[in-house]
Design a binder for this molecule. Structure first.
Ligand code: HEM
Length: 125
């Protein structure tokens, strides 16, 4: 359906919510990521749900609560090499497998996440 936003094509709030929760379960166990994140990921997951909702053309939830994302600047306190970018994307692919996100929406979403993840790299490997 060409009139759908990617957010709607994904399945909206319930699908995005379980994707993000599943994603952070993988992050919390990934040896290249776990040390970067707080041990309680509740707030991190809440913000990521808000961000990805607007990233996919849904309501501007992140902007309304936190202002402009400035994602690269917000990631500067963390050392992110290409290793972390690939690890982040691997966790996302596993979460998409688990939640059953496939076809064109998966391709589209992963392509945009891949570009964004590489944009967050702020340190050589
Ligand atoms: C926050 C790591 C890629 C979106 C964070 C935080 C870390 C982190 C450590 C802080 C968590 C907290 O204190 O709650 C990484 C690493 C990445 C990566 C290692 C690998 C490339 C991405 C990508 C996106 C993203 C690709 C979006 C598509 C966010 C958002 C936040 C966040 C929205 C919350 C910002 C806020 O505090 O308001 N990330 N990230 N990150 N990240 Fe990433």
């Amino acid at each position: 359906d060409l009139n759908q936003t990617p957010y709607e094509a994904l399945g909206g709030e319930p699908v995005l919510s379980s994707l993000v929760d599943t994603f952070y379960q993988y992050v919390s166990k990934h040896p290249d990521l776990v040390q970067l994140f707080p041990s309680d990921l509740t707030e991190t997951a809440r913000k990521q749900k808000q961000f990805l909702t607007q990233f996919l053309g849904g309501p501007s939830l992140y902007l309304e609560e936190h202002g402009h994302p400035m994602l690269r600047a917000r990631h500067m306190p963390f050392v992110i090499t290409p290793i972390q970018a690939e690890a982040w994307l691997d966790c996302m692919k596993k979460a998409m497998d688990d939640v059953g996100i496939d076809g064109l929406i998966r391709e589209y979403f992963l392509e945009r996440l891949t570009m964004t993840a590489h944009h967050m790299v702020n340190h050589p490997s």
